[in-house]
Design a protein around this ligand. Structure first.
Ligand SMILES: [Zn+2]
Length: 152
């Protein structure tokens, strides 16, 4: 069942989602001249983009973490793959998981120019919005989420 984000966080979520959508539209629009329209299976440089996962409710994030702990056998090992409810960039609306190795490899080379950065070495599909990357490039990656100070 879909659960709305809390009202207090809604504005921040809208801004974050709008940022991600605008960035995605900009990638497609700049390349194809598509005037801000993001068609189904949009492609840029001949690369098809699809978003596997975007915003998650706290309930879904909590369930994913419980499942990861069961699968990996410990909280410490699960933390390398799934963030907690309070720290997940998916819950705050700042992250997308991209589908398709061509799209992932295109973003790896060109994402920074659009403010999209890979954050974790073990999650090549996970991209977060980093507007400063347009000017400064993406920050150094963490090996996995357990090294991310935001996860503390
Ligand atoms: Zn992710």
């Amino acid at each position: 069942m879909f659960t709305s984000p809390p009202r207090t966080g809604r504005r921040a979520l809208q801004i974050a989602v709008a940022g991600l959508l605008l960035t995605a539209v900009a990638v497609v629009g700049v390349v194809t001249g598509a005037d801000g329209v993001l068609p189904e299976g949009a492609s840029a440089f001949g690369v098809a983009f699809a978003v596997n996962r975007g915003w998650r409710s706290t309930e879904l994030q909590a369930r994913l973490l419980r499942e990861a702990i069961a699968e990996y056998g410990s909280e410490a090992e699960a933390a390398r793959w799934v963030a907690s409810v309070g720290t997940s960039a998916h819950v705050s609306g700042d992250a997308v998981d991209i589908d398709g190795s061509d799209a992932v490899s295109w973003l790896s080379g060109s994402g920074a120019a659009y403010g999209l950065c890979q954050v974790y070495g073990n999650e090549p599909w996970h991209y977060e919005l980093r507007p400063a990357a347009v000017q400064q490039g993406c920050p150094a990656q963490y090996a996995d989420p357990s090294e991310d100070p935001r996860m503390g």
